[in-house]
Design a protein around this ligand. Structure first.
Ligand SMILES: *[C@@H]1O[C@H](CO)[C@@H](O)[C@H](O)[C@H]1NC(C)=O
Ligand SMILES: *[C@@H]1O[C@H](CO)[C@@H](O)[C@H](O)[C@H]1NC(C)=O
Ligand SMILES: *[C@@H]1O[C@H](CO)[C@@H](O)[C@H](O)[C@H]1NC(C)=O
Ligand SMILES: *[C@@H]1O[C@H](CO)[C@@H](O)[C@H](O)[C@H]1NC(C)=O
Ligand SMILES: *[C@@H]1O[C@H](CO)[C@@H](O)[C@H](O)[C@H]1NC(C)=O
Ligand SMILES: *[C@@H]1O[C@H](CO)[C@@H](O)[C@H](O)[C@H]1NC(C)=O
Length: 817
C-alpha cells in the first residue's frame, strides 16, 4: 500500500514537471512582451512584463551605482523610478536570477544555483493560474478570471512607494498592517530606518518614523484632508484621498482621476515623505508635497503645550498655548537644557463634578497628536464641549470632522499632554481647558463699554494723562534719553475700548507671538493694535519692552511702519501702529492673477526701491546700525499708495527663549536667511542684504524661494545662461517689444538682486550701495557670481561699536568671541 502510493506521488510529480517544462518552452517567447506569467512559466534577467496601458514594467534591475540585481516594478517612462522591490534585502549577485511561477501557485525568485532568495510566501492554491502585472502597477496572482479577488498581490507588501489604489493602515480582521519603509540609500533597496504608517487609534493620521521615534505627522484626518496638509486640497481633484474607518479596516489611500498624470507617494531614504507627479512635457518628476516642510513639522518640537509658529523664525519658532509659558531659566545648568517646557500659569479647578474652568480657543492649528485621544464622531461640537467640561481629565477638545462646514462636528478629547501643535494655513480650532483667571477678560469689564461720546472724552483725557505721565517719568531718568521721541503710552482701558474689548470681529491677524486687532479711533482713523502674547514674552523681554519701544520709535522713515503708541500695563505689552488696508507684499506677489496684476512692473520697481531705502535707513541712515533680522514679504506692509512700510523691526528679540552660550536656537526664516547665518548663526547687516535680495527676486518672479532655495538656483541658472528675463512673473501681461527700457530696468534690478544673494557676505553690497544702484540706473554694476572664487571671510564687516548697539542687537545674537 505504502509503496504504491509513494510511486503514485512520484509519477504525479514527474508528470507535473514534464508539463511544467513543456509549458515553459511553449511560452518562453511570450514572456517579455505580455503582462502575465502562467503557471510553470518563468522570467529571466532581461525579460520584462509590461502592464496593460504600459505604465509599469516588471523585471530585474540594478539600483543606482550598485551592480546587484533585484526583481522590481518601475515606471516605464522613468526606469530609475522603482516602486516595488521583491528581494529587498536578498540581492542577487549576478544576472542568473529567475522568477518562477511554480505549480503550487507561488512566485519564487531563484538565484543561479536555483536556491530560493525570495518567495511570495503564499501557500499556493490550486486555483492560482496567472500572475499578472495589472494596469495599476499591482502584481497580482489570481485564478485566471481577472475580475476575481487576488490570491496574492504586491500592493499588500508595499516597499517605499504608495501608488493610486494602494492602502496604508490596518486590516483589523487579520491584524495585517500596510506601511511604507524607505530604502537604505539610493543604491540599496533594503528596508531603511524611515517608515510611514497610518496611526489607527484616535483619528487616522499618517506618521513618519525614524526607527521608533515619530518625526512628522500629517495631523488628523478631518473628513476632507489631513489637517496639517492643506496643500492636499490643491491636488485632491486629480488624486482624491480616501480614508476608510470600519470594523474591518482603518486605511488611507488615494486614487487617480482619469487622465491625471502618473503620481507616487514615497518615503525617501532622506527621511522625507514626498508626493511626486510625472511631468510628461519635461520628462521629469515634479514635487507636489514634501514633509516635514519646516522646523514646526518636527514632531513635538515645542514640547507639551508648546505651539510652533513657522513665521516666528526670529524667536526660535516656539511658544506656548495661552495660559502657559516657558519659565525663565534661573540656574546656569537649567540654561543648557535645550528642551523648553511650557508650564501652566494657574492650576485647573475641577473636582467632584464642579468646576470654574473654561475654554480658550487656539485658532488655526494642526491639531495635537490624537494617539491617546478619545473620539466620537456621532456628537455635535456643543455636546463635545459639555462632555469635556464635565470630565476633569479632559484637557482640550476639537471637532473631529469639518467636512460639513461651520465649526465642524464630532468630538476629539485629549486627556494627556497636548503634543505637536503648530500653526498651519486653514488650520482648525482647538478648545483648551484653562483656569478661570487665565481666560479672556471678555465679560469682566462691561463697565468700559460705555456710550461712544463719553468714551471719546475718556480716551482723550487718558491719552493726555498718559503723555504727561510719560514725560514726567522720562525726565526722572528711568529711561535712556537718546531716542525718546515721546511715544504716547495708552492705557489698557483705552485700547480695550477702541478694539471692542479685543473682540474677535476686530481680529485681523495672528502669529505665534501676537494677535493683531483693528482699532477705530473716535475721530475715525483706523489703527493696528498688536497685542503681544504674555505667554511667550521672556521676563527680560517684558522688562526691556519700554526701552525697545523707545528705540523703535526713534526710527522714523517713510518706508518704515510708524509706531503711534504703546501700552505697558500690568502683564500687557501692546504696540499701536498705523493701519494698512492693503495688508502685505506677499498677498500680491504670490496671490491670484488679479492681485498680481495690481502691482504692475513700474510699481514693483518702486516698491523694491522703497524697501531698499527703508533697510538702508535701518542700517545706518538713522545713525544706528539696526539689523532687522526677519525681512520677508509678510513683513512689508503696503499703504494706500502702494508704498512699502517695513514692519516688525526690533520686536523679535522681546520673545526670544532665554538662552545663552553655544546652545542657542538658530533663527531661520526658511528661504530668507543668509547661508552664513544658517550655518554659524552669524548675524550681520549683510544677512538683511541677503533677505532683501530674496525679496527682490520674489517680487519680480512671483515665486517663493522657500527652504529649498528653489528660486535662487533657478535665477542663477538663468543668469549663467544669459536668460534673465525668463525669471519675470509669467502671469503678468507680457512686456511688449516697445518697452525695451522697462525690460532693461527689470534685468538690471534682477542683477542687483543676485549681487545681494551672493554666498559670501563680503561680496554682497551694503544697503546704501544697493540704493545707489537702484536709483542711478546708468551706473556700471558688478557681475554677481554664484560661487565666488575668493574667500574673504576675514573681512566680514561688522557694525560700528555704537552706544546703542547693545540695545538694538538682541540678547540672542550669537556672541562670536
Ligand atoms: C525557464 O524557462 C526556460 C525557457 O522556457 C527553460 O529553458 C528553463 O528550463 C526554465 N527554468 C526553470 C527552472 O523552470
Ligand atoms: C533606462 O532607460 C534609459 C534611457 O531610456 C536606457 O538607456 C537604459 O538602458 C534603461 N535601463 C534599463 C535597466 O532598462
Ligand atoms: C475563479 O474563482 C471564482 C470564485 O472564486 C470563480 O467564480 C471563477 O469561475 C474562477 N475562475 C477560474 C478560471 O477558475
Ligand atoms: C529622494 O530624495 C533625493 C534627493 O532629493 C532624490 O534625488 C531622490 O530621487 C528621492 N528618492 C525617491 C525615491 O524619490
Ligand atoms: C500615548 O500613550 C502612550 C502610552 O502611555 C505613550 O507612550 C505615548 O507617548 C502617548 N502619546 C501621546 C501623543 O501622548
Ligand atoms: C473622562 O474621560 C476619560 C478619557 O476619555 C475616561 O476614561 C473617563 O471614564 C471619563 N470620566 C467620566 C467620569 O466620564
Amino acid at each position: 500500500m505504502r509503496a504504491t502510493s509513494q510511486l503514485r506521488v512520484h509519477l504525479l510529480l514527474r508528470l507535473l514537471l514534464i508539463c511544467f517544462y513543456l509549458l515553459s518552452i511553449l511560452t518562453f517567447a511570450a514572456a517579455g512582451v505580455g503582462d502575465k506569467l502562467e503557471k510553470g512559466q518563468n522570467l529571466t534577467d532581461g525579460d520584462t512584463l509590461v502592464s496593460a496601458g504600459g505604465s509599469f514594467t516588471l523585471g530585474f534591475f540594478s539600483p543606482g551605482a550598485s551592480s546587484k540585481r533585484y526583481l522590481g516594478i518601475w515606471f516605464s517612462v522613468s526606469n530609475a523610478t522603482v516602486v516595488w522591490v521583491a528581494n529587498r534585502d536578498q540581492p542577487l549577485l549576478d544576472r542568473s536570477g529567475m522568477l518562477v511561477f511554480n505549480d503550487l501557485g507561488s512566485l519564487v525568485l531563484q538565484d543561479g544555483s536555483r536556491r530560493t532568495v525570495w518567495s511570495s510566501d503564499f501557500s499556493g492554491s490550486a486555483s492560482a493560474a496567472v500572475v499578472q502585472l495589472a494596469y495599476s502597477g499591482n502584481l497580482v496572482v489570481h485564478n485566471g478570471s481577472s475580475d476575481d479577488a487576488s490570491l496574492w498581490q504586491s500592493f499588500d507588501h508595499p516597499s517605499d512607494t504608495l501608488l493610486p489604489d494602494m492602502k496604508l493602515g490596518k486590516n483589523l480582521w487579520t491584524g495585517a498592517e500596510w506601511q511604507l519603509t524607505s530604502w537604505r540609500s539610493a543604491d540599496d533597496p533594503a528596508p531603511g530606518d524611515h517608515r510611514r504608517t497610518l496611526q489607527t487609534t484616535g483619528l487616522p493620521e499618517i506618521i513618519l518614523w525614524y526607527l521608533d521615534v515619530k518625526t512628522y505627522r500629517t495631523g488628523p484626518w478631518n473628513g476632507i484632508y489631513f489637517n496639517g496638509v492643506p496643500e492636499a486640497r490643491g491636488y485632491a481633484d486629480k488624486y482624491p484621498l480616501l480614508v476608510t474607518t470600519s470594523a474591518w479596516e482603518v486605511t488611507y489611500g488615494y486614487t487617480a482621476a482619469p487622465g491625471a498624470p502618473l503620481t507616487r507617494v514615497v518615503v525617501n531614504y532622506t527621511g522625507k515623505a514626498e508626493r511626486w507627479e510625472w511631468d510628461a512635457r519635461r520628462s521629469t518628476w515634479s514635487n507636489l508635497f514634501q514633509g516635514p516642510r519646516d522646523p514646526c513639522d518636527d514632531y513635538g518640537k515645542c514640547g507639551p503645550f508648546g505651539l510652533c509658529d513657522p513665521d516666528a523664525a526670529s524667536s526660535g519658532f516656539c511658544g506656548c498655548v495661552d495660559g502657559f509659558s516657558i519659565p525663565a531659566a534661573t540656574t546656569p545648568s537649567a540654561q543648557t537644557v535645550k528642551v523648553t517646557t511650557c508650564r501652566r500659569h494657574a492650576a485647573l479647578d475641577c473636582a467632584g463634578g464642579t468646576t470654574t474652568d473654561g475654554f480658550a480657543v487656539v485658532r488655526g492649528v494642526k491639531l495635537p497628536d490624537t494617539q491617546n485621544a478619545s473620539v466620537d464622531t456621532g456628537v455635535t461640537l456643543e455636546e463635545c464641549r459639555a462632555r469635556c467640561f464635565a470630565n476633569c481629565s479632559c484637557l482640550a477638545y476639537a471637532a473631529a470632522d469639518i467636512s460639513g462646514g461651520g465649526d465642524g462636528s464630532g468630538c476629539v478629547m485629549w486627556t494627556s499632554a497636548i503634543v505637536d501643535l503648530r500653526r498651519v494655513d486653514m488650520g482648525q480650532n482647538l478648545y483648551l481647558r484653562l483656569a478661570k483667571s487665565e481666560l479672556d477678560d471678555h465679560k469682566r469689564f462691561p463697565v468700559l463699554l460705555v456710550a461712544a461720546p463719553l468714551a471719546s472724552v475718556v480716551i482723550i483725557l487718558l491719552v493726555i494723562i498718559a503723555i504727561w505721565w510719560r514725560r514726567k517719568h522720562t525726565i526722572m531718568g528711568a529711561i535712556p534719553q537718546k531716542h525718546s521721541m515721546a511715544v504716547p503710552i495708552v492705557s489698557l482701558a483705552v485700547i480695550k475700548d477702541v478694539t471692542g474689548n479685543f473682540s474677535e470681529t476686530n481680529m485681523i491677524g495672528q502669529g505665534g507671538f501676537s494677535i493683531v486687532y483693528k482699532g477705530q479711533l473716535p475721530e475715525g482713523r483706523a489703527i493696528a493694535v498688536k497685542r503681544l502674547k504674555q505667554s511667550v514674552l521672556t521676563t527680560k523681554g517684558k522688562k526691556d519692552f519700554a526701552r525697545e519701544v523707545e528705540v523703535m520709535a526713534g526710527l522714523r522713515h517713510g518706508s518704515l511702519v510708524r509706531l503711534l503708541a504703546y501700552c505697558n500695563e500690568g502683564k500687557e505689552r501692546i504696540l499701536i501702529y498705523e493701519y494698512m488696508q492693503k495688508k502685505s507684499l506677499n498677498v500680491y506677489i504670490f496671490g491670484n492673477v488679479n492681485l498680481r496684476a495690481s502691482l504692475n512692473w513700474a510699481r514693483r520697481l518702486e516698491l523694491i526701491q522703497g524697501i531698499a531705502h527703508g533697510i538702508a535707513y535701518l542700517h545706518g541712515g538713522s545713525g544706528d546700525n539696526v539689523i532687522h533680522r526677519d525681512l520677508k514679504p509678510g513683513n512689508i506692509l503696503l499703504d494706500d499708495e502702494w508704498k512699502p512700510k517695513i514692519a516688525d523691526f526690533g520686536t523679535a528679540k522681546l520673545f526670544a527663549v532665554n538662552q545663552t552660550g553655544p546652545e542657542q536656537t538658530i533663527v531661520v526664516s526658511p528661504g530668507y536667511a543668509a547661508p552664513e547665518y544658517v550655518r554659524q548663526g552669524n548675524m550681520t547687516l549683510k544677512c538683511d542684504v541677503y533677505s532683501f535680495g530674496v525679496i527682490l527676486l520674489e517680487t519680480l518672479s512671483g515665486r517663493r524661494n522657500g527652504g529649498m532655495q528653489s528660486l535662487l538656483s533657478h535665477a542663477w541658472r538663468l543668469w549663467e545662461t544669459n536668460m534673465i528675463p525668463g525669471l519675470l512673473d509669467t502671469t503678468m501681461v507680457p512686456l511688449s517689444e516697445s518697452e525695451p527700457e522697462l525690460l532693461s530696468k527689470l534685468t538690471r534690478c534682477i542683477q542687483i538682486g543676485l549681487l545681494c544673494v551672493q554666498e559670501t557676505p563680503c561680496d554682497r553690497p551694503i544697503m546704501s550701495a544697493v540704493v545707489a544702484m537702484l536709483t542711478n540706473t546708468t551706473s556700471q554694476i558688478e557681475h554677481p557670481r554664484r560661487r565666488p572664487p575668493l574667500d574673504c571671510e576675514g573681512s566680514v564687516p561688522t557694525y560700528s561699536s555704537h552706544g546703542l548697539e547693545t540695545e538694538v542687537l538682541s540678547p540672542t545674537t550669537i556672541d562670536l568671541t
